[in-house]
Design a protein around this ligand. Structure first.
Ligand SMILES: [Zn+2]
Length: 617
């Protein structure tokens, strides 16, 4: 399986002396596997935002080296800037990109915090998703009092640090680390130079909403008359209702429109508890976790909605784009395209591509590059600037350049034929399964939209979906099988001069063998799923594709058989009798099921084929 991908975005309290920042980013880049994506210094804020990605272990190591280096080269004494801050490394959030969630990233923040506290003896606070208590979730609360108030804050038992000593370090201050969702910076471009056009739509979309108006609010809302809360009349911003009391309006907003009025007012700097009479009334926007304004970009000669999506899993880029397209049309405007600023997580773009394929009545279960390409076209992502998927998408699943499966078919077959033991039967079994899965998906995709019943439609889409997933899984297993075999071969080459060395070699060999068993077992199990998907596609798919599906079933069976043979041959050298017995039993059970499915599926397919040939006569 590919390693999870984590993004880390530390902010350092230095935005003017770029040589110092270079020392810190060098320390980050010195960690193997970490990719430095962006360094954004600000002279006014006297602060630099650094972005890098890598696997969880790599990112935590790089973050630690960065915090350590910043504590050495930066000095908070006399630091002044426009941005609030508490330490040399001020905040250091971990952000899930692919294959890890917020809980996983919170664990990384705790690992970093523990090590910084212990090794660097700096006070550390955890915030947002890693916070140790509710009042520490909000970064502004944790940072309250800033660097100047830190010495006093550390004395308050309520604000004891989560890690490290409650002792003020004048040079480095305190570290605040945590976990938050990925922020997608996303702009929607209009066929207009008028910033007001973009602003009018942006205010409809954003969570914060806008000042409520009535009267002439169409096509542009901003031409209506502003509403104000009076002592006896509380107008709703989202419909024509006037409530007699604030409480009645609050209940109405919840019931009729599903939003919390106090929260909306708070986003607009109004504290409802202090009374709202005389204040402007507000209209809630369509989407939570969505900030948006309008602006004009001279380079493009176009107005844009500039949008920040603080949780793309709650509000996705394509969701706001579709709403923006509807609203633009209502105003006589056209959305010419959209733009991802910086990077976008793979899932955000992948889900968008699947959404648009479904909209077109196409199967969304096609290869990943096809889904992403559809997202780029549908969202108009190359409208104002080039959009290169390889450069813009974070956590893109890809095979390594040196992987066997990156070879041409001819080169791979040559490689198999050479006098080296790998790639061997295990890799070929996985490849057979991957090809069978490809066929299952193909037959499903050819039939989708053309089936006669809802059941058949669901079945072919299921075959297409499972075929794609199994294909991607088994393609990775082609290389995994060879690598598993390599680790046993490496262990065999370990020294065996002393009894201790002999024992260590034997243990490493046993571990290598068990690993070499895990991979083909996984291949066999996945290939059985391939057989089921191909069987499903054969029964519900087009008659014309029946032999394709039958080849899929047969290839899946070759994968099951090959996987099992590779498990069994590796068992002969494993000394753990319990492990051996269990696997033999599992293999026997799987083989019996696969054989039964093969016989039944091919009998069905051959029967249909014979009937087709009879008709022809
Ligand atoms: Zn209403």
């Amino acid at each position: 399986m590919p390693l999870p991908v984590v993004e880390c975005v530390p902010n350092f309290s230095e935005g003017r002396d770029l040589a110092k920042i270079k020392v810190i980013t060098d320390a980050i880049e010195a960690v193997a596997g970490v990719r430095l994506l962006d360094v954004d210094p600000g002279a006014d804020t006297h602060r630099t935002v650094v972005t890098f990605v890598g696997s969880p272990d790599q990112v935590v190591e790089a973050a630690f080296q960065a915090v350590k280096t910043a504590a050495q080269v930066l000095d908070m004494v006399g630091h002044h800037g426009a941005h609030p801050r508490m330490g040399a490394t001020d905040v250091c959030p971990f952000v899930p990109v692919e294959g890890i969630d917020l809980d996983g990233c919170a664990e990384l923040a705790r690992r970093l915090g523990e090590r910084v506290g212990r090794e660097l003896e700096l006070p550390v606070y955890l915030y947002e998703h890693a916070a140790s208590r509710p009042e520490r979730r909000n970064l502004a609360m944790v940072r309250k009092g800033e660097y100047e108030g830190l010495a006093e804050k550390l004395q308050d038992p309520q604000w004891a640090p989560d890690f490290g000593p409650a002792r003020f370090n004048p040079k480095a201050g305190a570290l605040i680390t945590g976990a938050r969702e990925f922020l997608v910076a996303y702009n929607v471009t209009l066929n207009s130079r008028d910033k007001a056009h973009a602003t009018d739509i942006a205010f409809e979309l954003r969570e914060k909403g806008r000042v409520a108006r009535r009267g002439q609010t169409s096509p542009f809302y901003s031409s209506g008359k502003e509403l104000t809360y009076a002592g006896d009349c509380y107008p709703c911003g989202n419909c024509g209702y006037d409530a007699p009391t604030f409480e009645a309006l609050e209940a109405h907003c919840k019931e009729a429109h599903g939003y919390d009025l106090r929260h909306l007012l708070k986003l607009n700097d109004i504290d409802a508890a202090k009374g709202v009479v005389g204040k402007k009334a507000y209209k809630a926007g369509l989407y939570t976790q969505c900030k948006a304004i309008g602006w004009y970009v001279d380079t493009y000669k176009r107005a844009q909605l500039s949008i920040n999506l603080t949780n793309y899993k709650v509000t996705a880029p394509h969701t706001v784009l579709e709403a923006a397209r509807r609203m633009a049309a209502e105003r006589g405007l056209v959305v010419t395209g959209s733009e991802i600023v910086g990077l976008v997580p793979f899932q955000a773009l992948y889900q968008a591509g699947r959404f648009y394929l479904k909209q077109q009545g196409k199967s969304p279960f096609v290869p990943i590059p096809d889904v992403l390409e559809n997202a780029v076209f549908s969202m108009g992502l190359a409208d104002v600037a080039p959009f290169e998927i390889e450069k813009k998408v974070l956590g893109l699943p890809r095979v390594a350049d040196r992987a066997l499966v990156a070879m041409t078919c001819a080169d791979f077959t040559d490689e198999v034929s050479r006098d080296t033991p790998a790639p061997g039967g295990g890799s070929i079994a996985a490849l057979a399964g991957a090809l069978g899965a490809g066929l299952a998906s193909m037959v499903g995709n050819l039939a989708q939209g053309r089936t006669r019943t809802a059941e058949a439609e669901a079945a072919v889409l299921q075959a297409a979906e499972q075929g794609q997933r199994l294909k991607d899984q088994l393609i990775l297993a082609v290389d995994e099988d060879t690598n598993a075999f390599n680790s046993y071969m490496d262990a065999r080459r370990l020294p065996q001069g002393t009894p201790a060395e002999k024992a260590a070699r034997e243990q490493a060999m046993q571990q290598g063998l068990k690993l070499a068993v895990d991979v083909p077992w996984g291949t066999a199990a996945a290939c059985f799923e391939v057989m089921k998907a191909a069987d499903l596609a054969m029964r519900a798919g087009n008659p014309a594709s029946i032999t394709d599906a039958m080849v899929g079933v047969q290839m899946g069976f070759a994968g099951v058989r090959g996987g099992i043979w590779n498990v069994l041959i590796n068992l002969k050298d494993i000394t753990d009798a319990g492990f051996n017995a269990e696997l033999r039993q599992r293999c026997a059970g799987l083989l019996a099921e696969a054989r039964a499915l093969l016989d039944e599926a091919l009998a069905h397919g051959d029967g249909k084929l014979a009937a087709m040939l009879d008709k022809k006569k």
